[in-house]
Design a binder for this molecule. Structure first.
Ligand code: GKR
Ligand code: MG
Length: 431
């Protein structure tokens, strides 16, 4: 093997990006969301990048694999993954009960795999989608992702209201708690991005209020715009069946109404509305249970949490085999993650639903090409080699500085929530 192709350097840069005060089942988003940017550089100077959710625990683990990754051939992903698996103990590597996934190994796989694919794409002068087998579509559709939003802590820090802001920029700065405010949020977001499906992040208020918001959205948008609600497993099965029935025929799917595969299966049997998950079937080890119990209709893949783009392609195959629909989950992210999501979304054969993205909520970028543009709710697959996006090194420096200044080391929405509601605690099941 020519030495030139092997990985010489691995750079891990934690960043903090401004995030609005979005409410969810676990509390309130902090003023900054943490991400980590990984850059691998080969001996002959080819650089590959990736972006993953940031936390000190994952960053520390990434530091421990630098020696493992350097010296490897970015084309030999199977071998690299094997080496990483031997290095990071899967023991005590738990997803956790929050809406997001905390496992270190899947984050690390994703970080290294995507950066390697960026390199190998550049070597072959092909976009990442071609390394995944080629495009099934030129544009990838996304859904509007609505959030209840509350001033007082969270994202207000670092956000001063801009009196001249218009359209989506203004809506992003406004509080939204009532159904009519959620409808307005949807109208502005859909107008600006052209989204043709809408998801509401629930698990914030009593189900009665959230169902009211869904019905208000239906009234405002009509049956042509598919709607989804995601209470992030905060409902008990009776609540889910009761409120699920009020939304029969209105929702495209109900996402994680309850916690665990057994409860999901029970609710699924009682409702006609399809159920989706990014909380109960979240790894290949969960697939047998999913099939045995029948816990969901749709699996939301996420390359950061399923261990990379190729794993998600394998999941797509399995989902198809077992009659599961496939879509995509998201957390607060920037353009490197979005680029990877779009390459994957274009390569997946059966993309049954518009994908999730938090992207419209973000106001900062780390890619030199500037923010991605959405047309009719979809993003064009980048056609440059690799991911087709490059690092804006100045922006990376600024966001890294911001990381040090904000002093956050992991996502903790409960602490932010307690700033506006002292004593508030995250309950895995609330209603
Ligand atoms: O960012 O508040 C959020 C979301 O609640 C996120 O953490 C979830 O992981 O979007 C996610 C979901 O679909 O469950
Ligand atoms: Mg979800």
């Amino acid at each position: 093997m020519k030495k030139g192709l092997t990985i010489k350097e691995m750079h891990i840069t934690p960043i903090a990006i401004k995030d609005p005060p979005l409410l969810n089942a676990a509390g309130l988003h902090a003023p900054y969301a943490l991400r980590t940017i990984i850059e691998l550089v080969t001996h002959d100077g080819i650089s590959g990048i990736s972006e993953i959710p940031g936390s000190k625990v994952v960053n520390d683990s990434l530091e421990t694999v630098v020696d493992t990754v350097t010296g490897t051939d970015p084309f030999h992903l199977n071998k690299i993954m094997e080496l990483l698996k031997n290095r990071i103990s899967a023991e005590s590597d738990q997803r956790g009960i929050q809406p997001w996934d905390k496992r270190r190994l899947v984050h690390i796989f994703s970080a290294i795999e995507v950066a390697c694919l960026d390199i190998t794409g550049k070597v072959c002068e092909r976009p990442v989608v071609d390394l995944l087998g080629g495009k099934h579509r030129d544009r990838v559709p996304f859904a509007a992702y609505l959030f209840y939003k509350r001033e007082g802590a969270g994202g207000t820090l670092g956000f001063s209201k801009d009196p001249d802001a218009e359209g989506w920029a203004a809506a992003r700065q406004e509080q939204a708690l009532e159904p009519d405010e959620i409808v307005r949020q949807a109208e502005v977001m859909c107008r600006e991005y052209g989204f043709q499906s809408i998801k509401l992040k629930g698990g914030v208020y009593h189900p009665e209020n959230e169902v009211e918001a869904v019905l208000a959205l239906r009234k405002a948008f009509g049956p042509e715009i598919p709607l989804r609600l995601d209470p992030n497993a905060l409902w008990n099965p009776d609540t889910a069946v009761g409120y699920g029935k009020k939304m029969e025929g209105v929702l495209e799917y109900l996402e994680d109404p309850v916690r665990g595969q057994e409860n999901m299966a029970r609710v699924r049997k009682a409702l006609k509305t399809p159920l989706a998950t990014n909380m109960c079937t979240t790894s290949f080890e969960d697939i047998p249970g999913s099939i045995r119990l029948g816990s969901e209709d749709i699996i939301l893949c996420d390359h950061h949490f399923w261990g990379g783009l190729r794993s998600c392609m394998q999941l797509a195959r399995l989902a198809n085999t077992f009659g599961r629909g496939l879509s995509m989950h998201s957390n607060s992210h920037l353009g490197i993650s979005l680029a990877a999501m779009v390459h994957l979304g274009a390569a997946i054969p059966q993309l049954d639903y518009a994908l999730d993205t938090h992207y419209p909520w973000q106001s900062e970028e780390v890619i030199a090409e500037g923010p991605f543009t959405f047309e009719d709710g979809s993003v064009a697959v980048p056609d440059g080699p690799g991911l087709g996006v490059t690092l804006d090194r100045k922006a990376l420096g600024v966001l890294h500085e911001q990381y040090h200044e904000c002093c956050l080391t992991e996502r903790d929405d409960e602490i932010e929530m307690q700033k506006i509601q002292p004593g508030w605690t995250f309950l895995p099941v609330r209603w």
